[in-house]
Design a protein around this ligand. Structure first.
Ligand SMILES: Nc1ncnc2c1ncn2[C@@H]1O[C@H](COP(=O)(O)OP(=O)(O)O)[C@@H](O)[C@H]1O
Ligand SMILES: O=P(O)(O)OC[C@H](O)CO
Length: 493
């Protein structure tokens, strides 16, 4: 009897596997962190072997812990950090360079030059994205320019590109399958989100021809069989989605106007816009929410590069506490409102898009203490969310509740302050690992465990709702202090 779904969540700082049962309950979970490499200012890399080894290891661990055999797993779903770029030999699987991570800013100058030459409109109209080093295309170009092996393989027609999902699918199927899904493809800056195909004009613009791009599938589809040597049985892969889009599914945001915000390493606010790709005038991204049975649901996205990563920096860099779970009680001890932490460690994302900005702590006085800085760190995530919500409002999207999830969402101080600053209700679901849950649902849909997305809607359960408690006037004063602080670190308009 195949009673389980295995969700793989390959994130920026850790790989996780979660085993779910038929009703979407989490049975067992395993997680492994892996090293981050920062070879230069603004550069962030992962060793592809770490991504693969940690993924395989957590899959084996969950099966082991649960006492479940691979033959009892009906299907696998893969969700992943998006945009992160890998290039490998399609015949041997040997990567030609480290994975260049979404946060990496090494191609910022090249992106600026493209903008100056007037290419922003064509890129935006085809991909829904702004020209930025965040996305895969210019990372691919960088590897091609700096790796002789990559050039040689490209010339021989053997150089494969993929985001993390494709690389893991390639590894899991022992090189049999080179596929991705539409949500991941939509983050590469060479995928036409209207025609649903790789765009040859953009591929030429970025000078990344002669590369083998993965076949683009629905998010709920057939992605091949895991080779039985890895887990002990040939399990099919039936769900694939970028982690932020998987969270949209896990949060059951299926109606146009529904919105979720996921707080992991970064924070990503995604609004479902239905079958209509909405074009932002305020530097938000148009992207694909999910594609099921060939039907695309579009979304509007605001991307913040640093959310939970601020907590990691306060813990590992400043050594202010030992565990992120201490931050709630620390922040509650703070009596100061005027300390602001602007976590622009790798520039600022939406709606500023300023890759050269760097972080700052503003408003320090002689008696500022650890609790004030921790509280400023948690609040910075809420202020940044408000930046996104305001940008969406200017684009005509107003909403009166927001569903939150991700590692940071368990923090009640953060959730309450978020509600206060946004002046709307903030809802937290019972399962905050909605990313893994979402991709498990996508797999379940494909294998017939669910008939439609309505089944997912029926499973969504609230844990707690937070309503605004702060007087609106105070909330607005605090936010204007944030805007002033951001102005101090910005390098461009
Ligand atoms: N109780 C907490 N309060 C605040 N931040 C937290 C808490 N628990 C975890 N985090 C932060 O959440 C992040 C982990 O979330 P996760 O969704 O696993 O991220 P990712 O998928 O990006 O690796 C870390 O950056 C961590 O610092
Ligand atoms: O690793 P996360 O959860 O912060 O997600 C990373 C995003 O997918 C980057 O776009």
């Amino acid at each position: 009897m195949t009673d389980y779904l295995l969700a793989i969540d390959q994130g920026t700082t850790s790989s996780r596997a979660i085993l779910f049962n038929r009703t979407g309950d989490r049975v067992v979970q395993a997680q492994e962190e892996f090293p981050q490499h920062f070879p230069n200012d603004g550069w962030v890399e992962h060793d592809p072997t770490d991504l693969w080894d940690s993924t395989l290891s957590v899959c084996r661990k969950v099966l082991d812990k649960a006492g479940v055999m691979a033959s009892q797993v009906a299907s696998i779903g893969i969700t992943n950090q998006r945009e992160t770029t890998l290039l490998w030999n399609i015949e041997t699987g040997e990567p030609v360079y480290n994975a260049i991570v979404w946060q990496d800013r090494r191609t910022a100058d090249y992106c600026k030059a493209l903008e100056d030459k007037g290419f922003a409109d064509i890129v935006h109209s085809k991909t829904g994205l702004l020209i930025d080093s965040y996305f895969s295309a210019t990372k691919i170009r960088w590897v091609l320019q700096h790796s002789l092996l990559a050039q040689q393989l490209a010339a021989e027609g053997k150089l494969a590109f993929g985001t993390v999902d494709s690389y893991l699918i390639w590894c899991l199927t022992d090189g049999e399958v080179h596929k991705t899904d539409a949500t991941n493809a939509a983050r590469t800056m060479v995928f036409n989100i209207h025609d649903q195909c790789w765009d040859s004009e953009l591929i030429q613009l970025f000078g990344i021809e002669n590369i083998i791009f993965p076949q683009v599938m629905d998010s709920s589809d057939d992605f091949g069989l895991v080779n039985d040597r890895w887990l002990g049985a040939p399990i099919p892969i039936n769900g694939v989605a970028g982690d932020q889009q998987a969270a949209l599914v896990g949060q059951a945001c299926f109606k146009p106007g529904m919105v979720k915000s996921t707080y992991g390493t970064g924070c990503f606010l995604i609004l479902n816009t239905g079958d209509r790709p909405v074009v932002s005038k305020h530097k938000l991204l148009t992207t694909i929410g999910y594609r099921i049975n060939g039907k695309v649901s579009y979304a509007l996205e605001g991307s913040i590069f640093v959310a939970g990563a601020t907590m990691q920096w306060l813990r590992d860099g400043l050594k202010l506490f030992e565990d992120a779970s201490e931050t709630k009680s620390l922040a509650e001890q703070s009596n100061y409102d005027n300390v602001y932490l602007v976590p622009a460690f790798t520039g600022l994302g939406a709606p500023y898009w300023d890759p050269d900005a760097r972080g700052a702590i503003v408003g320090l006085t002689r008696d500022t203490g650890i609790s004030d800085i921790v509280s400023a760190g948690l609040r910075s995530v809420c202020y940044q969310t408000k930046d996104l919500v305001d940008a969406m409002a200017k684009d005509g999207a107003e909403f009166n509740s927001l569903r939150i999830d991700g590692g940071m969402a368990v923090n009640d101080y953060m959730a309450q302050f978020l509600s206060d600053i946004l002046e709307i209700s903030v809802e937290r679901p019972k399962i905050t690992e909605t990313t893994a849950l979402g991709v498990a649902y996508l797999a379940a849909l494909r294998i017939g465990w669910f008939n439609s997305l309505d089944d997912v809607t029926n499973l969504w359960l609230a844990d707690r709702a937070f309503s605004p408690l702060m007087p609106a006037e105070k909330s607005q004063t605090l936010y204007s202090g944030w805007l002033d602080s951001v102005e101090r670190v910005r390098t461009s308009d």
